[in-house]
Design a protein around this ligand. Structure first.
Ligand code: SAM
Length: 230
């Protein structure tokens, strides 16, 4: 049995590379983007009523991750990146079918597009379906997941003064909450958990059209070093 699907839309996202994307949605409220709906789903008929929802389920394709039947066991970053568990016990990107699901905030319904935030989605992600998040049905009181029962602990993030000034001016240019975005992504510690960083080592990521670099003055703290336009 095979099934094939056409995307209903494509995500345009602040995340232009996978590194430093939060590992689940809603962890970085300043992470914003749009779903650009494809014809015929860009018509008002397909979207009417959607403005009644504060949050959406997006079902999407992990288009930039390998997939297939060989992925029976995965090493989730949340477990340190070294421990293997069964693929169906995880939300890892490497899956039999490369299908992801994220609850995101719906900020506005635009003309043929949806403005969304709290995303954990790479730019260019194909969206297969969109459904309203229905709190009474989708939120389960007393649910638990023993492998990760709470959001990860956050690192402190501080700024080199020049980097903060640069981030403020880039935020104004882009009309985006750049400072909050950087802090919310970095305080989740994007580097693999098994790496112990030295203060000399610099890390970097692209967000929107910016290069952001940082280092770890000590393992529990991140300092943003530079924010420049690419
Ligand atoms: N919330 C979704 C889920 O549970 O199905 C995704 C969880 S997955 C652990 C989140 C990671 O997927 C992000 O940190 C990012 O690195 C990666 N990712 C996001 N969009 C992707 C895409 N289109 N292709 C491949 N990887 C992607």
């Amino acid at each position: 049995m095979t099934y094939s699907f056409e995307p209903v839309g494509i995500v345009r996202s602040c995340f232009v590379q996978k590194f430093a994307i939060p590992r689940q949605p809603l962890l970085a409220p300043a992470a914003r983007g749009t779903v650009q709906l494809l014809s015929p789903y860009d018509q008002p008929e397909a979207l009417s009523g959607l403005e009644q929802a504060s949050h959406l389920w997006l079902l999407f394709v992990f288009h930039a991750a390998p997939s297939g039947p060989e992925h029976l066991r995965v090493r989730p970053p949340r477990l340190g990146g070294n421990k293997r568990i069964g693929v169906f016990a995880s939300r890892a990107t490497h899956r039999p079918n490369p299908i992801g699901q994220s609850v995101v905030r719906l900020d506005a319904v635009g003309d043929g597009c949806l403005h969304i935030s709290g995303i954990d989605l790479l730019d260019g992600t194909p969206v297969l379906d969109i459904k309203p998040y229905v709190p009474y049905a989708d939120s389960v009181a007393n649910a638990h997941y023993g492998l990760a029962d709470a959001a990860p602990a956050l690192l402190e993030v501080d700024w080199q003064p020049d980097a903060l000034v640069a981030a403020q001016s880039q935020a104004q240019r882009l009309g985006e909450p750049v400072i909050a975005l950087i802090e919310q992504c970095l305080n989740q510690d994007p580097k693999p958990a098994y790496q112990t960083p030295t203060p000399e080592r610099e890390y970097g990521v692209h967000l929107w059209d910016l290069n952001v670099s940082w280092h770890y003055p000590c393992p529990e703290r991140i300092r943003v070093l530079t924010v420049t336009r690419r």
